[in-house]
Design a protein around this ligand. Sequence first.
Ligand SMILES: Cc1cc2nc3c(=O)[nH]c(=O)nc-3n(C[C@H](O)[C@H](O)[C@H](O)COP(=O)(O)OP(=O)(O)OC[C@H]3O[C@@H](n4cnc5c(N)ncnc54)[C@H](O)[C@@H]3O)c2cc1C
Length: 538
Amino acid sequence: MSQHFQHDVLVIGSGAAGLTLALTLPSHLRIAVLSKGDLANGSTYWAQGGVAAVLDDTDTVESHVEDTLVAGGGLCKEEAVRFTVEHSREAIQWLIEQGVPFTRDEKHGGEDSGFEFHLTREGGHSHRRIIHAADATGAAIFNTLLAQARQRSNIELLEQHVAVDLITERKLGLPGQRCLGAYVLNRGTGQVDTYAARFTALASGGAAKVYLYTSNPDGACGDGIAMAWRAGCRVGNLEFNQFHPTCLYHPQAKSFLVTEALRGEGALLKLPNGERFMPRFDPRAELAPRDIVARAIDHEMKRLGIDCVYLDISHKPADFITAHFPTVYERCLDFGIDITRQPIPVVPAAHYTCGGVLVDQHGRTDVPGLYAIGETSFTGLHGANRMASNSLLECFVYARSAAADIVGQLEQVAIPTHLPSWDASQVTDSDEDVIIAHNWDELRRFMWDYVGIVRTNKRLQRAQHRVRLLLSEIDEFYSNYKVSRDLIELRNLALVAELMIRSAMLRHESRGLHYTLDYPEQLPEARDTILEPPTYAG
Ligand SMILES: Cc1cc2nc3c(=O)[nH]c(=O)nc-3n(C[C@H](O)[C@H](O)[C@H](O)COP(=O)(O)OP(=O)(O)OC[C@H]3O[C@@H](n4cnc5c(N)ncnc54)[C@H](O)[C@@H]3O)c2cc1C
């Protein structure tokens, strides 16, 4: 039997954005935080580098704003950038208060040194402003916030709960547009339950899984973007997908990034015949920026029809390699690759979804009562290219802002009652799950080949044709069979793929992460690509 639950706030996602929102809301509110797998399912846990913020006395808000605007290729929304950066210090202060064990700066001494933490510098930043916990910042943040959430009796943490769709007044045929909660598949019982909530927040991460190769964990399927679109929300700039140039290429290695520091220490990129190719693309060769290296690798793979290229650091002394890159060394050895003697097979991998659900400074979407925070949202911060370590910052700043906005509206909104149960009377168990597996593979392959790092009109048209066929097949499947996590994800991923293709087709220029051979120049005026759903709530 499917069940009905009532909460003040339903948070879909247990990463940096979702946990921050839950912990910032007042403790008298009943809050449910969902994760479709275990609670560490999102990208947050895997973030390595850190969080960008203006913390050092020699750094300024202006400088962080300026760096972000430059990285964003003229497309950042300046108010959003300024808002994020101006709130960066207090967001970090809050994380410190929660107990996140950020690495301290030894020159400032131990526990009593106040705000004196070690700051690193990353690509695009003109100052040291990345606060971090060694090279596993995401895990440190996640573990700390989760431990805090576990201590709060008003927060229910629900693993293996997959939000299927949002419930809105419009969908129920009621007057108004408000979001009333969501239908949620409990993977334990196999039932779809009804979660009524005064406020619902999508904190469900990005959509990098739409590509064959990705650095993201399995759940990054754009569920929040797809659910918001179906509920009547606009989405923005979905053509901008950031690719990391070097992900380990091995059938058993899922999503392992080979750090850029290897190239910094002299590793060379080579073709299968041992020939170097980066000097043909950029005078900085292997040290060119991420997007240029990713594009060059993609070009060579397509030109030669090869599955991967090779990153070779074996010319350096073995003890240097093992001392500087212990994690990469160990991980590659697990797959039988000794990097002190052999080159590493690598491919570029989808890393970050810059676009998403259109929101304002409080994370409010077009649908009243529905918020979107973190990677699932489009705030205008990243423009055409995300600057390193701004993404976690965005999670904290917007989650905190959304919490304040919800508090301001509490008195006007009651918990919805009498929501209908999920109707499973017309569906049966699927006897052809092979369709899901096949479509999943096909989608991710053609997105990689046709909507990847280098695009053309023809490739995009091919992709559009294929995704539309897939969507109709998936719709039919969805109407006839019981939902499963795989089916829910495939349905969402195909929809988000279609929106990405449509957005890419609308951009007749090359800017930031969107590069097309048919329009290699940048237009003088920078414009967002905003898509409006047929059911637009505005
Ligand atoms: C390898 C790697 C390294 C990175 N390094 C950095 C870095 O150093 N600095 C930086 O700023 N950024 C970094 N990023 C990006 C950053 O980690 C992410 O943008 C950020 O963590 C996203 O957080 P989030 O809370 O929006 O979503 P996530 O952390 O991805 O969490 C998504 C949550 O939503 C849940 N969910 C999704 N769909 C559903 C559904 N239908 N029903 C229920 N639950 C659902 C998932 O289970 C999960 O709990 C990195 C990313 C990766 C992959």
